[in-house]
Write a protein that binds this ligand. Structure first.
Ligand SMILES: Cc1ncc(COP(=O)(O)O)c(C=O)c1O
Length: 454
């Protein structure tokens, strides 16, 4: 039994490229059978959408790209280019290692535009942060004690990460720990408490509004004892709408093990469509009031001279990349399921490694450009998509996707909207096969050109 169709929401550049099998084939002959395409223009437009919301709400905003979502240098360069013509501190990058920090600097991001997140920072990253006036989130009392004991010779700007009421998270401080950290920091004039941060799992507006109010309260209390405390970071977790609501609702309501090759439904699924996503979700967080506070987060931030930081990863990558694989083989399994084996592996489509399933449907593209006739009745050809490795579990799509025709060797399979977390967080050179390169589109050129991301 086949899963229902899950057509992806596609940006115009993506639709255009799907009509250019010549370009896709040219890319494959130049760089190999599997590759990713990224579009920095879309990434830059996403940055601008978030900035516009801060402006409309009259809030000083700091947007830090969560670098973990995609390693593309072109995206970090887009942050640097945006920063060059924006008010100070507006754009930057959220890093979680000395390597990401170095790559951000190499792409032109200034040190003071870097936000360091993640647990238990290395000495290298703390040294870099102090040298470059970056901001560092500290998330345990022990880390605070450690930086106080080994104070860098230069000032270190820090945020204290707050722990949500979620027993399953290992990050952040709350209650006594947070108070202790604020008190301990009063002893140092070199470790500067610039404010509070949090990052929530899930993609809901209201828990973020409630936590943001708690962080604003914490800033006000910290100011009373002499800390500058002028920044609240609300982290990432800004939702992305990959598919239409009705398709997502149908999938969730009817999901059945019979759709999947191994008979098991997904352990969990990303919310592929939500009530509010992207920049509109930021607007809700800043502008809506909840029952606990008569004033919105935006109004409180403005009246107390606080800036609000966001660290979106996935949402900035929304619509900014696709992944292309070449069909190596098509065969029918003993249970009747068609299996399409592609060049490359599911390690280039990370969702599959979290007992989950990447739901926006991939597209089959004939490299010779032939299109089905428009008067041909649609007959669905359900198939799963497998990687070219010796692992049984290496499936890019475990569900039977209702393709509009049977795949042929040499076809291209194009997965939509993969820039956020799908492309490279799990990639490896398994079987000594090089990881698929990222190709950067230059749409401002006419005709469109491309280069390898470096
Ligand atoms: C501290 C922090 N900030 C930002 C992010 C980015 O989250 P997202 O890509 O959902 O926006 C993460 C993701 O894990 C995170 O841990």
């Amino acid at each position: 039994m086949s899963a229902p169709p899950m057509p992806a929401k596609r940006r115009a550049w993506e639709k255009a490229i799907l009509t250019r099998p010549d370009l896709l084939s040219q890319m494959a002959s130049a760089v190999g059978e599997s590759y990713h395409i990224i579009d920095p223009n879309t990434f830059a437009a996403n940055l601008a959408d978030f900035a516009a919301v801060f402006d409309e709400c009259g809030v000083t905003g700091r947007i830090r790209y969560g670098y973990k979502a995609n390693k593309a240098r072109a995206f970090v360069r887009a942050c640097a280019d945006a920063a060059a013509i924006a008010p100070p501190s507006r754009y930057g990058v959220d890093v979680a290692s000395a390597e990401e920090f170095g790559a951000a600097l190499a792409a032109g991001v200034r040190g003071e535009e870097v936000m360091v997140t993640g647990p238990a920072h290395s000495d290298d990253v703390l040294r870099l942060a102090a040298r470059h006036r970056a901001l560092v989130a500290l998330d345990t009392v022990e880390q605070v004690s450690r930086v106080l004991e080994h104070t860098p010779t230069e000032h270190l700007n820090i945020l204290l990460r707050m722990r949500p009421d979620d027993p399953t998270t290992r990050f952040g401080m709350s209650g006594w720990g947070l108070q202790q950290a604020v008190a301990d920091l009063q002893e140092s004039d070199r470790i500067v408490l610039r404010g509070f941060s949090f990052h929530l799992s899930g993609y809901d507006v209201w828990p973020r509004v409630a936590m943001a109010h708690r962080a604003i309260d914490a800033c006000q209390r910290a100011r009373e004892v002499g800390h500058p405390a002028d920044i609240v970071s609300i982290g990432g977790g800004i939702a992305v709408d990959y598919v239409e609501h009705r398709d997502w609702d149908t999938y969730r309501a009817r999901e059945s093990g019979e759709w999947y090759f191994d008979g098991k439904t997904a352990g969990s699924l990303y919310p592929y469509s939500t009530e509010v996503a992207g920049a509109a979700m930021l607007e809700r967080i800043l502008c809506d009031s909840d029952t606990t506070h008569p004033e919105s987060v935006g109004v409180r931030a403005r009246s107390s001279g606080l800036s609000i930081m966001i660290e979106p990863g996935r949402a900035l990558c929304d619509g900014a990349g696709i992944s292309v694989f070449t069909v190596r083989g098509v065969h029918t399994h003993t249970d009747g399921t068609d299996i399409i084996t592609v060049s490359g592996t599911s390690m280039s489509l990370s969702e599959q490694w979290f007992d989950s399933e990447f739901l926006p449907d991939p597209e089959l593209v004939d490299p010779l450009g032939s299109q089905p006739r428009s008067d041909t009745p649609i007959v669905r050809h359900p198939a799963i998509v497998a990687g070219a490795t010796c692992l049984d579990t290496d499936l890019l799509s475990r569900r039977r996707i209702p393709f509009s025709r049977r795949a042929r060797v040499g076809d291209l399979i194009v997965y939509p909207n993969t820039a956020g977390y799908q492309m490279d967080s799990n990639e490896s050179e398994f079987h000594q096969v090089p990881v698929p390169p990222k190709l950067v589109l230059h749409r401002q050129a006419s005709p469109t050109t491309w280069s390898i991301d470096r």
